[in-house]
Design a protein around this ligand. Structure first.
Ligand code: AMP
Length: 421
């Protein structure tokens, strides 16, 4: 194990000074991921959060850029806020940028409802013994990517973003410069232990912390206290993709194609890191501040270098025939899921859904009983059929998905949104 003290000192030495002007003056150019001064400051920030690993051009930094564009307070304009243990942490209100090009309105992170403390009183117990060791998760002592040490009081807490199985998620801002906006997710250790998913959660966190891609939700760091684990996640400004799908019923082919292009890009990256996602579905996808897709849940991911797995997992409607039939599976399960996703985006429901029950769905998957509605364009139909192949080896490779005429035709003109394809 590396000498943690030395690593911490090294990271402390890398901490950025508050040269806020450099970042707030920068402008954003379309969806470009070209380096701008604001991105440079993001790189530094991430250097501070994470280890000295260099940062790729990512849309998380682009999100930050757009947040900066909306305006962040300069160091001096941010009033000292109460500690995170107190509710109602609304930040000071905007100063208009017309008054001064230097002073910009700060992002409103909303009102904190005191949920972390209220919940902590009544929910969860302290975990002891082996489980406590398993769940003593702290990115500051992570072997691969150590970060600085984090605590709940390092954040101003804003509005609740949602509730998950193991706890709440809040919009937060780091108190330290340059006041990074994040989603802070809390997980109750005792509930993790009750559900017997200690190892799975550990694995999810370890996998996610090592990933850097514009369409993969970034995990910047994590820390814990007696009862809880906190995950410092990239803030997905436009929320859940599933909500959008429910609201609209289905997406236009153009919008679907853009998402599928981004998914193929992200999955290609994950597979290059030997990570098979295995649980692709709209519920696990979030949308960044610019509406870009983010894979946001790694609960079923498996880190499997050259490995073939036989565990049955994932969501029924998205399971490929090899998993339904209990055969070995590979990263090509995600190709299948991409085909299901394409269908669901355009048609509003997954292709093998059978309301008469699980068995009927299983049978339809195993037979690849695929009926594509007439409203679907010939090109989209072609892509769906090429992905929903019974034989995993016959499924269209992800690089070819990105070159498919349907995807190419709808691809947003301009610089690539990908930093890692
Ligand atoms: P989860 O525990 O991941 O299911 O999260 C619960 C809810 O919180 C989700 O359904 C989202 O609405 C919201 N949420 C989780 N993570 C984020 C994030 N990084 N950015 C914005 N909202 C989030």
């Amino acid at each position: 194990m590396a000498n943690i003290g030395a690593v911490t000192r090294q990271i402390a030495a890398l901490e950025i000074s508050s040269k806020q002007n450099t970042s707030t003056k920068s402008t954003r150019s379309g969806t470009s991921h070209q380096k701008t001064s604001s991105q440079t400051s993001v790189s530094k920030l991430v250097t501070k959060f994470a280890s000295s690993t260099s940062l790729q051009s990512t849309s998380s930094s682009s999100s930050l850029k757009s947040l900066h564009k909306k305006g962040t307070a300069s160091a001096s304009s941010v009033s000292k806020l109460p500690t995170s243990s107190k509710p109602a942490l609304t930040p000071a209100h905007s100063k208009t940028s017309s008054q001064s090009s230097q002073v910009r309105p700060e992002i409103d992170i909303g009102n904190y409802d005191g949920g972390f403390e209220i919940e902590n009183e009544k929910r969860g117990e302290a975990v002891t013994g082996e489980a406590a060791e398993e769940l003593a998760l702290d990115s500051s002592v992570s072997r691969t990517r150590p970060t600085r040490e984090w605590h709940l009081y390092d954040f101003d807490i804003g509005r609740p973003l949602g509730k998950g199985k193991f706890g709440r998620v809040y919009m937060v801002r780091t108190k330290c410069e340059p006041q990074y906006i994040l989603a802070l997710k809390c997980l109750y250790k005792s509930e993790i232990v009750q559900s017997r998913v200690e190892k799975q959660i550990r694995r999810e966190i370890e996998i996610q912390q090592n990933l850097r891609h514009p369409h993969v939700l970034r995990l910047y760091g994590y820390f814990h206290d007696e009862k809880r684990i906190f995950l410092m996640l990239e803030f997905a400004g436009k929320g859940e993709l599933y909500k959008q799908l429910s609201k609209h019923g289905s997406f236009s082919e153009r919008r679907s194609a853009v998402y599928i292009d981004q998914m193929a890009d992200a999955l290609g990256y994950l597979h290059s890191k030997h990570v098979i996602h295995r649980d692709i579905k709209p519920e696990n996808l979030l949308l960044g501040i610019n509406g870009e897709l983010k894979i946001g849940d790694f609960g079923w991911s498996v880190h499997a270098p050259g490995n073939r797995r036989t565990t049955l997992c994932g969501t029924l409607d998205y399971l490929p025939p090899e998993m339904v039939e209990g055969r070995d599976h590979s990263e090509k399960v995600d190709y299948w899921a991409l085909g299901v996703l394409t269908y669901e985006f355009i048609c509003g429901a997954p292709p093998f859904e059978d309301l008469s029950g699980y068995n009927a769905t299983y049978k339809r998957i195993a037979k690849v009983d695929l009926k594509i509605p007439a409203k679907v364009s010939a090109e989209a139909k072609d892509l769906i059929m090429k992905l929903l192949q019974y034989d995993p080896e016959k499924r269209l490779p992800l690089s070819d998905v990105r070159k498919h005429p349907w995807v190419v035709r709808h691809r947003v003109k301009g610089p690539s949104v990908s930093g890692a394809s």
